[in-house]
Write a new protein. Structure first.
Length: 130
């Protein structure tokens, strides 16, 4: 079976304490814009600390729209999205200052957005990657 093409929003988490990818971290992606309020997705980082594809957070009746479909709904207007990283579960309760890290950013249809997170138990930094 062919690998699924990556979604328009991807992320990568590197653990700066160990110098290694942050594997098995729970990450959620949510569209915050009113014109596409149906967008809530989740994933777990792979062994390389990456998320290339998202699954709808709620499964069940009716097909939930994909990230790409939600971006098409927003048209030419930038939409607001939020990534939430489960840092507390990753490091363990009380072993990090950040129980979760939330990053909110703009997305425009037709572009790819890669959001790396360099994470330690006491600090983090991020940027728009390529």
């Amino acid at each position: 079976m062919a690998a699924r093409e990556r979604d328009p929003i991807t992320c990568h988490v590197l653990d700066t304490m160990t110098g290694r990818p942050a594997a098995h971290m729970i990450v959620t992606l949510t569209c915050q814009s009113q014109q596409a309020s149906a967008g809530a997705f989740c994933a777990v980082t792979n062994s390389d600390g990456r998320v290339a594809n998202w699954e709808p957070e709620q499964q069940g009746e009716g097909a939930a729209p994909s990230v790409e479909q939600i971006l098409k709904m927003t048209g030419d207007r930038p939409s607001v999205w939020k990534l939430k990283f489960g840092t507390g579960a990753y490091y363990g309760e009380g072993k990090t200052f950040w129980p979760e890290v939330e990053l909110t950013f703009y997305v425009k249809q037709g572009e790819h957005y890669h959001v790396p997170l360099l994470l330690g138990p006491w600090s983090y930094t991020t940027y728009r990657g390529s």
